[in-house]
Design a protein around this ligand. Structure first.
Ligand code: ADP
Ligand code: MG
Length: 243
């Protein structure tokens, strides 16, 4: 079975509000699934449920076939295997880039200081920040901080990475450097779910575009299909509103 992350008829409510409606979605190993859709359609909630930041009220989410809600599963272990990066970087302000990246591996995974440091240095090199390892977040640009946040998520050796509008808060000139790191990760075979408004990235890097509207998956297509000849009216509407 090559489905790495499965959403199986997932329902999510906030109080009375039905926010995810019977969402089924399978993410294959190494797949880059780009999730698009209007504000409020449930994109962030979908990712947050996958990371157990939110509980679901119906259906099941599985990683490698193991339900996240399995009482016998090690939920913390499953969660560690699902890395997440948000619009706001949330780095620890009084820790250096390297310390931000090594903290969780030391505390949660129990790596010793040298192991964590070696791995942290390797990851910061990989996101192009070899020269900034000892900088504090306020000495870094937004794009650099977001790349530290990506390295920090990678430090937990995730099987899948979830990105929620990670470039939306950045100045336009800093967007490219972050997308480039994400593109490289994708090329290296990382399985990814990416919520983004960057349609160039979606088209070039995405293996599949999933359109959400009103809590449902309304279209799931290959990028060429989606951008040139969407299958649904919702897809056409979405595209017609892009610049
Ligand atoms: P998107 O990321 O596509 O903009 P969200 O997943 O953030 O959409 O939100 C989907 C719906 O859930 C919206 O109607 C939003 O108002 C609602 N929602 C999101 N988070 C909460 C929350 N913590 N409590 C109540 N309602 C929420
Ligand atoms: Mg959102």
């Amino acid at each position: 079975m090559s489905h790495l992350l499965e959403f199986d008829e997932v329902d999510k409510y906030f109080g009375e509000t039905h926010v995810l409606k019977n969402v089924s979605l399978d993410i294959e190993e190494t797949e880059v699934c780009v999730v698009v859709g209007p504000s409020g359609s449930g994109k962030s909630t979908l990712l947050r449920c996958a990371n157990r930041l939110e509980e679901i009220q119906g259906g099941e989410i599985r990683l490698d076939g193991i339900p996240l809600s399995d009482p016998n599963a090690d939920v913390n272990f499953l969660r560690q295997r699902i890395g997440m990066v948000f619009q706001s970087f949330n780095l620890f302000p009084h820790k250096t880039a390297l310390e931000n990246v090594t903290l969780a591996p030391r505390k949660v995974r129990g790596l010793d200081a040298n192991e964590a440091r070696a791995r942290g240095e390797e990851l910061l090199e990989r996101v192009g920040l070899g020269a900034q390892m000892n900088s504090y977040p306020n000495q870094l640009s937004g794009g650099q901080q977001q790349r530290v946040a990506i390295a920090r998520a990678l430090a937990m050796d995730p099987k899948v990475m979830l990105f929620d509008e990670v470039t939306s808060a950045l100045d336009p000139e800093l967007v490219g450097e972050v997308l480039e790191v994400m593109g490289t990760l994708a090329d290296e075979g990382m399985t990814m779910m990416v919520v983004t408004h960057e349609m160039g990235f979606a088209r070039e890097v995405g293996d599949r575009i999933v359109l959400m509207a009103d809590g449902r998956v309304v279209e799931s297509s290959a990028p060429e299909q989606f951008f040139e000849n969407p299958e649904t009216e919702r897809g056409e509407q979405f595209l017609s509103k892009l610049l």
